[in-house]
Design a protein. Structure first.
Ligand SMILES: C[S@@+](CC[C@H](N)C(=O)[O-])C[C@H]1O[C@@H](n2cnc3c(N)ncnc32)[C@H](O)[C@@H]1O
Length: 262
């Protein structure tokens, strides 16, 4: 989970590679906009817009799109690529827009990275008109066939005596938790939908690269050099076993949530 300042540093670094690494976000951005189904001309605020997966999809539907993100580099790139989108650096906890400025607020894969999601939803409600809609996507990755990776990570990185979370709790935020927060923030008429995204990776090295921006890049360098080498060796061994036993396919899924400010 990140603060606004941490998001700025982290996502600035990812500006060139973001949608290559997270190759599913463009499709889920389109899914999220289709799910919200805005009419042409609807005023959309896309928060935590990143490279614009959701904002671009809303633009393609003829919406008037404003995008904000903590990362100035992401926003500069989006503004260059899509001058029709009003993209600027901004803090989603304090957007600075007047009450009731938008008909739809979208946030693609944002809620799970926030340290105070309820405060964020309260701000989204504030900038919506009465009858306005919020549409969010939430990443869900069950441990499934990656249980070996969880065990290996616990062995190398977890404090003594900690145990593995169940696969149901593996994500940082569940869809039920997000729905409860939506209600607490004053939203009504909640609807949600699942999107399945089986994610095949070519080989053990591709899995290593895929996991790097998801925590490994911070965790591995913290190990002493010989433990680091040992972790990498064991990782490749276990991943090779997975590869030979049906392939490296991540059981990846997202939920789409929408709700209204009545
Ligand atoms: C996982 S990315 C999702 C990007 C994009 N919505 C997508 O679907 O590809 C999360 C984004 O939220 C942004 N973010 C995180 N905290 C933020 C905050 N407090 N204010 C504005 N943006 C924030 C990050 O900079 C990052 O671009």
């Amino acid at each position: 989970m990140v603060t606004t300042a941490q998001a700025k540093a982290k996502y600035d670094q990812l500006v060139d590679r973001y949608e290559d690494i997270f190759f599913y976000v463009a499709d889920v951005g389109k899914d999220l906009v289709a799910f919200a189904n805005p009419a042409p001309g609807v005023r959309v605020l896309d928060v935590g817009a990143g490279r614009g997966a959701v904002a671009r999809a809303a633009l393609a539907k003829g919406c008037a799109v404003t995008a904000i993100d903590a990362s100035p580099l992401m926003m500069r790139r989006l503004a260059e690529e899509h001058p029709e989108i009003a993209a600027s650096e901004g803090d989603l906890y304090r957007t600075g827009f007047a009450d009731g400025s938008f008909d739809l607020v979208t946030a693609g894969f944002v809620m799970q990275v926030l340290d105070d999601p309820l405060a964020a939803l309260t701000e989204f409600r504030r900038v919506l008109v009465r009858g306005g809609q919020v549409a969010l996507s939430l990443e869900r990755q069950s441990v499934g066939r990656l249980a070996w990776f969880q065990d290996l990570s616990l062995e190398f990185f977890a404090p003594e005596g900690s145990s593995a979370p169940s696969s149901e709790q593996a994500g940082p935020m569940t869809h039920d938790q997000l729905d409860a927060l939506l209600v607490e923030a004053g939203f009504e008429d909640l609807v949600r939908e699942s999107v399945e995204m089986p994610t095949p990776l070519a080989d053990p090295s591709a899995l290593w690269e895929w996991l790097m921006p998801r925590g490994l890049a911070e965790m591995v360098p913290a190990l002493p050099p010989e433990r680091r080498a040992e972790f990498h060796r064991r990782f490749l061994e276990d991943a090779r076993r997975m590869h030979e036993d049906g392939g490296i396919v991540l059981e990846f899924a997202a939920t789409l949530h929408r709700a209204y400010y009545r």
